[in-house]
Write a protein that binds this ligand. Sequence first.
Ligand code: NAD
Ligand code: LMR
Length: 349
Amino acid sequence: MDTEGQFKGAKVTVIGAAGGIGQPLSLMLKANFKVGKLSLYDVSGTVSGVAMDLSHIDTPAHIEWFTPKNGGLKKALTGSEYVLVPAGVPRKPGMSRNDLFKINAGICAELATAIAEFSPNATTLVISNPVNSTVPVFVEILKRHGVFNARKLFGVTTLDSVRADTFLHRIKPEMKWGLIRVVGGHSGDTIVPLLSTVLGTEMNKVPREKIQAVVHHTQYGGDEVIKAKNGGGSSTLSMAYAANKFFCTVLNGRDQFSKDHVGCTYVCLEDESINGVSELKGLLRTFKKDQNLDMKYFAIPCVFGQHGIERVMYECLEKLHPYEKEMVEICCDSLPGNYEKGLEFTRTY
Ligand code: NAD
Ligand code: LMR
């Protein structure tokens, strides 16, 4: 807060700002009165037009733009409190998120290096796919530069919660919005919607095929959009909405709001000084075939505070419906292969 009790406008950098997600996300950030400066960066020169367009909007955020030819990442990142990263290639029909890794891992490593150098204290939101593998790339590069903070590095999985909420409402319109927890990761069977978090004991009254249909739709919703766009890319508008929603949750934590400061995100589980992390790792061991190996990454609801993650809500895994327990077991089998891919990449980068 500044001296008059007003929230000080944060500098926010969007990397990949000229893209399908970057543009609508930047629009939503420009409309946010808590954003003081919006720094748009892209390798594409079209970012200058995006910046000009947004600069006509009557909100306080000052718009600036950069490309590698004009100021580069140094100018875009210096002084940034938040960095949002929707840079990289999206899927086309027939591709898996893993198919994006080869290109996007290199992009993420380059961006993480720049963040370490120019905005080492920034809170970073990673959107680039495959999130299950790109987040470890960010973590390892930030660690290499001695600036990794597990409370401030997030893989954005909010679209999964948004989808689960939307699809469950189609069969249960009376449900309260925004309460579904989706844990695990952001790809196929690593996406585990915990519908019992809102259905409670009703879970057994809803026909199992309907529950399974909501789960499947949430896990493979991304494929449905790619098919509908027919070569024109993947989810951009719903993703921009979801990223902005998550960003607002993190800001609510920073500003110590007692409401709307909880959200699911894919995080590194290395820092056991974070409240709830060791309990979460202990619980996850019970879902694994090889109980000697700890899970290194997992998406979990987190409570956000002034300095990022304040607590991970491990308790959401304590009383699962048998169907959900089965899904967490499957996820715990698949996810390590995904994050190890990111870790392996950084060993030779
Ligand atoms: P897009 O191709 O429309 O936009 C990507 C932008 O990134 C482009 O403007 C491109 O110029 C820019 N870019 C590429 N390399 C860059 C670099 N080195 N530095 C800066 N900018 C760079 O793609 P999109 O639809 O916006 O998707 C972006 C990424 O987000 C993809 O990897 C996609 O799979 C992912 N995504 C994630 C989620 C999620 O839930 N986390 C949801 C949807 C999409
Ligand atoms: C999504 O879930 O829509 C995104 O991860 C994009 C994709 O490739 O499916």
